[in-house]
Design a protein around this ligand. Sequence first.
Ligand code: ZN
Length: 57
Amino acid sequence: MSKNATLCFKVSDTINCPKCKEKKVIKNGRTKNNKQQYYCKTCCHRFIENYSYQAYN
Ligand SMILES: [Zn+2]
């Protein structure tokens, strides 16, 4: 039994796009480092979960 989940896009309401700051972000699979990848539907920008991890020093 295999379900095709391509049509099952879940829009996250916790993650903003680091580029346009919109929240129309969907999950876009994982990288080979097993990090969650996201895709912004507003500006078509792809980014990784902790991409904007620059505030902590
Ligand atoms: Zn964006």
